[in-house]
Design a protein around this ligand. Structure first.
Ligand code: TXA
Ligand code: MG
Length: 340
């Protein structure tokens, strides 16, 4: 199949909307990452998402709407705190999980009695939902378990030839996926940290659990919490303080790539810096593209420096920990690694 590339123009959105209505797949930008969209009310259309991504059927997808009322038509119950969250954070990178109505096909929710919904803060995404005239189910537009796409070129590299269309709108501004919160639990529980910081959610909700239960593989309350996820092909190691110890493996620095927070390190053949001024927003926006560039360079390892675990840094560290195969320490010339 030839993948059409649409401009984010009214005509492009109209054509893309028609593809969605006809059961096809369209990758589109949101403020977080590119999504792989299908008609959320068609089980067959959504089944194609799972095929294209190589995604296990137990992993539910997020439904995207263009207005809070459209979410309320898909949820069976809408408690006051859901309205408070929508009012404060929509449109924006917050996905809310509540009991579903029967109109939502089981394949969307992987058989769960709940559905995850968000209203993206991106004119192209909202335009596509309106043009399609129905909610759009969309996971991130990458192969299952791999690095999320923050540019339409990433989508074309991975899914070109397997989907009907991509809307080409350049880089996505937030760069990291939405925060997923379940209002089914008491107190509410963050299932995946993301673009809406926990600190802001606490302002609205007060009490909040943010310690997602972790499993290696298999049905999870939120499969984005799979321990191994967001994986580059190149093994990634999280930098820690200290010197190498007995049993650590030595790698020459010039065969490794370095993903730094505010600065590069000498001796590595290539380095990416997420934000020279230490701005976590800028770091999040650059994160997946930087990881992808390093991953394409054929290194034996990528060493990633931790970022502060506050604000968007919580979401960045969540992705880094899941992508990491172990830890790294540095001495003057070498990288030392320990697999976990
Ligand atoms: O920013 C985002 O959220 C992007 C853009 C495209 O909207 N989407 C995204 O989708 O990251 P995906 O499929 O890669 O991640 C969806 C997350 C997964 O962790 C999934 O397990 C969780 O949402 N999820 C979906 N439905 C759920 C449900 N009913 N209950 C609990 N978790 C759910
Ligand atoms: Mg994903």
């Amino acid at each position: 199949m030839e993948t059409k590339v649409f401009e984010p123009s009214p005509e492009g959105l109209e054509e893309a909307g028609e593809i969605i209505r006809n059961g096809g797949l369209v990758a589109f930008p949101t403020e977080t990452v590119y999504g792989l969209g299908a008609d959320a009310l068609s089980a067959e259309a959504v089944a194609r998402i799972f095929e294209a991504k190589g995604r296990p059927r137990f992993d539910p997808v997020i439904v995207h709407v263009a207005a809070p009322e459209e979410a309320e038509a898909l949820w069976a119950e809408v408690p006051p705190r859901a309205r408070a969250l929508m009012e404060r954070f929509w449109p924006g990178p917050l996905t809310i999980v509540l009991p579903k109505r029967d109109v939502v096909p089981d394949i969307v929710t992987a058989g769960l009695p709940t559905v995850a919904i968000r209203m993206p803060d991106h004119e192209v995404a909202l335009g596509l939902i309106r043009a399609a005239g129905r909610p759009i189910a969309a996971p991130s537009a990458n192969r299952f378990g791999k690095t999320s796409p923050t540019h339409h070129e990433h989508v074309l590299e991975e899914l070109g030839g397997q989907i009907e269309a991509v809307i080409a709108a350049g880089p996505t501004p937030v760069g990291i996926e939405s925060t997923v919160i379940s209002l089914v639990e008491e107190p509410p529980r963050v299932l995946r940290p993301g673009g809406t910081p926990l600190e802001l959610l606490r302002e609205v909700l007060g009490d909040l659990r943010a310690d997602p239960p972790q499993v290696r593989y298999g049905p999870a309350p939120s499969p984005g919490t799979l321990k191994r996820h967001y994986m580059p092909r190149t093994p990634l190691y999280l930098l820690e303080m200290g010197l190498p110890e007995e049993g650590w493996e030595e790698l020459p620095r010039e065969r490794c790539g370095y993903l730094g927070f505010t600065s590069a390190k000498r001796g590595f053949r290539a380095g990416e810096v997420l934000s020279e001024r230490g701005d976590l927003r800028e770091a999040a926006a650059r994160f997946f593209a930087s990881l992808r560039r390093l991953d394409a360079m054929g290194f034996v390892a990528i060493v990633a420096e931790p970022v502060p675990e506050e604000g968007l840094g919580v979401a960045i560290m969540d992705r880094l920990k899941r992508a990491a195969q172990g830890v790294a320490r540095l001495n003057e010339h070498s990288v030392w690694i320990k697999r976990r």
